[in-house]
Design a protein around this ligand. Structure first.
Ligand SMILES: [Zn+2]
Ligand SMILES: [Zn+2]
Length: 142
């Protein structure tokens, strides 16, 4: 994976490099699992209000910096999009999301091969969402 440079990513996306944006993006990129807005509010609540955090997440999503995953409880979680491009099948960032039923964490499984889904004639897929339910590595090892 290429090294993630927060400030460059914001610059490329045309977003102002505010302290809160940098901190939030640093946090999301450092996290092994997808983070929810309440997670971010716990950490950044002192320097930004809910609306600000929500707006920043929306902007990140809109610019393709993060993607949204709905977890088992219907909570939106956000994870970094990596810009891996599948040449063979010509798509971006399609990967399996693993939902752990023990700790509730959602992990992007970037290195698991996603099977190509064959749709019936005249069906065109716009988005792709594949999740696996189970027990994650951290919870299995415990
Ligand atoms: Zn777990
Ligand atoms: Zn993901």
């Amino acid at each position: 994976m290429r090294k993630f440079k927060t400030e460059e990513v914001l610059e490329d996306a045309g977003l102002k490099k505010t302290v809160i944006r940098i901190k939030m993006l640093d946090f999301i990129s450092a996290s092994k699992t997808a983070v929810s807005q309440p997670d971010l509010e716990k950490i950044f609540g002192k320097i930004a209000d809910r609306v600000t955090i929500y707006r920043i997440l929306s902007a990140f999503e809109e610019k393709g910096i993060v993607h949204k995953i709905i977890d088992l409880h219907g909570t939106s979680r956000f994870a970094l999009c990596n810009d891996k491009h599948c040449k063979e099948h010509d798509h971006h960032d399609e990967h399996i999301h693993f939902n752990c039923t023990e700790c509730g964490n959602v992990t992007c499984l970037d290195n698991v091969h996603v099977p190509v889904i064959k749709l019936p004639k005249n069906y065109k897929a716009a988005t792709f969402n594949m999740s696996v339910l189970g027990v994650c590595n951290d919870c299995t090892v415990k």
